[in-house]
Design a binder for this molecule. Structure first.
Ligand code: PEP
Ligand code: MG
Length: 603
């Protein structure tokens, strides 16, 4: 499309696709905060106002939570849970009460003072994801302020009239997940998407938009000044752009693209029941990565051939105790049941580095009380299999739970972050010990359960002759393999530009691992993010990959791409790419393969 005739606004697109609708501007979220010194005799009254506001917000969030459809994406519940947790945190619920008592501030003032304090603490954190959480605190405080001013926390005022068949695009400074859910739930409104001035790609509102499939633009500076109520707006999330009052010609072009997208989506859905294979008939397994048992249904819905990676550590995080053997068994068995006999690969606990247990959970393991041990390189420290071997009871409990679930379906065990042969041998000994313990309790399990290993560090990729003798399957965790090969902390934004999957060293390690596994007849999958990236499909296929594991939303697009590719020709293509040495040139060659994105014609 040529230069937009309508006014164009830049932002960050968070969901693929286009949305067209009428703008509805939400009132500024920054409520005017009265700052009043109260009389001492009014302290009780002021605290009661604050208590009522907390109760109103809690009631609102719990109401939304109980109304969540059982098949809703797990993020929806997770965000509401997080907001409920923030609401209960003493930093927010207790500290403002103390300020009212000690400094005679009115409730609004005390809340905003405390908000600034909490945000200051968050903003000092050297982690983008955690820093973004100050936005969640701000959103909760806004709801509390709204409840104090208006008696209700909901600040979504709807347009006076909405013409039948008209879609709505919400324009706001910021939107809390609860606001989005309120609007998405309304049967009388058709929410096409939203635009916010604040927020980044990892803000919870952005993540929620993605999981609800709503096109959205976040971080669109001055959106409420540049868009007026009732303007026709087009969100072009792929181009990170909003077009305000497009010309007729432009509008027609966007409508045409909407139709093409819808047809393409329908075409993709038709692929669900087809087995993935290449143009020359080589069958490929497309597996799903999941984090919580509830995600298994998404995996099945997207036509996954199984679960290639269940990141079990998510059952252990954000809680003050450790999940018992029975609780874990229920979680693993639930996934196995949903997958109805399709393989379910459960990765044992990958805790450490950026995924940590709470202080209380660590204490229950008998770890150091008080201040956590300072380690300067947590990604190189006690993580994954190293952690499990250091805490045998933790490991054995999990292995028993996985073994018991193997009675329910086709369950496999995957060990993360292996570097040494002796780690495989120790893990296998633990599996044998867990089997013994179950036998003593007369509990059943699949005696032939397969033990596989992740290839995430160069040492593993370079130890294939030893690894393939001891493991029944391999899974290449490219997210970490890139980090450990290039010595780039994957969570450090200062070096993010150097985190490059096209680095020839990374590509050679992947290719080498696939080749070694294939020769030894040990199945190999790739389960890092790049397995779901369309520009990588051909290269991985050409390296000989037969199993891809990815976020469920990527399964159908990758399947479509595979139908277009020939296994044989991809091999030649990969040979050429692997001889290249410039990551930029490699990227260009791979991108050329997927452009233009004409939908494949399928019989
Ligand atoms: C990986 O490292 O590629 C992987 C799949 O594991 P995670 O992203 O959970 O570390
Ligand atoms: Mg990993």
């Amino acid at each position: 499309m040529t230069e937009a005739k309508g006014k164009a606004l830049k932002g960050i697109g968070v969901t693929r696709g286009i949305a067209i609708g009428r703008a509805h501007l939400m009132a500024p979220s920054e409520l005017e905060v009265r700052q009043v010194t109260i009389e001492r005799r009014d302290v009780v009254h002021e605290i009661a106002r604050l208590t009522r506001a907390f109760a109103a917000v809690r009631e609102e969030l719990e109401g939304l939570r109980s109304g969540i459809a059982p098949d809703a994406p797990s993020e929806v519940r997770a965000f509401l849970d997080l907001h409920l947790l923030i609401l209960q945190d003493a930093l927010l619920s207790e500290a403002p009460r103390d300020l009212i008592r000690s400094r005679l501030m009115n409730a609004e003032w005390a809340l905003t003072i405390q908000l600034e304090e909490v945000c200051r603490q968050f903003e000092a954190i050297d982690d983008e994801y955690l820093r973004e959480r100050s936005t969640d605190v701000r959103q909760i405080v806004e709801r509390l302020l709204h409840a104090l001013a208006a008696g209700t926390p909901t600040r979504v005022a709807l347009p006076k009239k909405i013409a039948a068949g008209e879609r709505l695009v919400l324009v706001a400074a910021d939107l809390a997940p609860a606001d989005v859910l309120h609007l998405k739930d309304r049967a009388d409104l058709d929410l096409a998407g939203f635009i916010t001035e604040l927020g980044g790609p990892t803000s919870h509102t952005a993540i929620l938009a993605r999981s609800l499939g709503l096109p959205a633009i976040v971080g669109a500076d001055l959106a409420r000044e540049r868009i007026a109520e009732d303007d026709v707006v087009v969100i072009d999330a792929e181009a990170d752009m909003v077009i305000v009052n497009p010309s007729d010609e432009e509008l027609q072009e966007f409508r045409r693209r909407l139709r093409v997208d819808a047809e393409h989506r329908a075409q993709l859905r038709r692929l669900k029941g087809k087995l993935a294979r290449t143009r020359d008939g080589i069958p490929i397994d497309l597996l799903a990565n999941i984090e919580l048992p509830g995600d298994a249904r998404d995996a099945l819905e997207s036509g996954a051939d199984g679960i290639g990676l269940f990141r079990s550590e998510f059952l252990f995080m954000d809680r003050d105790d450790l999940p018992s053997e029975d609780e874990q068994f229920e979680a693993y068995a639930r996934v196995a049941r949903v997958m109805k006999g399709k393989p379910v690969v459960i990765r044992t606990l990958d805790i450490g580095a950026d995924k940590v247990l709470t202080e209380a959970a660590r204490e229950s393991l008998g770890m150091s009380r008080g201040a956590p041990r300072q380690v300067s390189n947590p990604a190189l420290g006690l993580r994954a299999i190293r952690y499990c071997l250091a805490y045998p009871e933790l490991f054995l409990t999990q292995l028993r739970a996985i073994l018991r679930a193997s009675e329910v379906g086709t369950v496999r065990i995957l060990i993360p972050m292996l570097a040494h042969v002796h780690e495989i041998e120790q893990a296998a000994a633990f599996v044998a010990r867990a089997k013994e313990q179950l036998k003593e309790r007369k509990l059943k399990y699949d005696a032939r359960i397969q033990l596989g290993g992740m290839v995430e560090v160069p040492a593993a990729a370079l130890s294939m002759p030893e690894f393939v003798q001891r493991l029944k399957f391999l899974s290449i965790g490219t997210n970490d393999l890139i980090q450990y090969t290039l010595a780039i902390d994957r969570t450090d934004s200062a070096v993010a530009h150097l985190y490059d999957q096209m680095h020839p060293a990374v590509l050679r390690l992947i290719a080498q691992t696939i080749r070694a596994g294939t020769r030894a007849r040990v199945p190999v999958s790739v389960c890092g993010e790049l397995a779901g990236e369309l520009e990588m499909t051909e290269l991985l296929l050409g390296m000989g990959l037969r199993q891809y594991s990815m976020h469920p939303s990527q399964i159908l697009p990758v399947k479509e791409r595979l139908f277009d590719l020939s296994f044989k020709e991809s091999g030649r293509f990969a040979g050429r790419v692997l001889r290249m040495s410039d990551p930029m040139k490699i990227r260009n060659v791979l991108l050329r393969g997927i452009q233009p994105t004409a939908p494949a014609m399928l019989q």
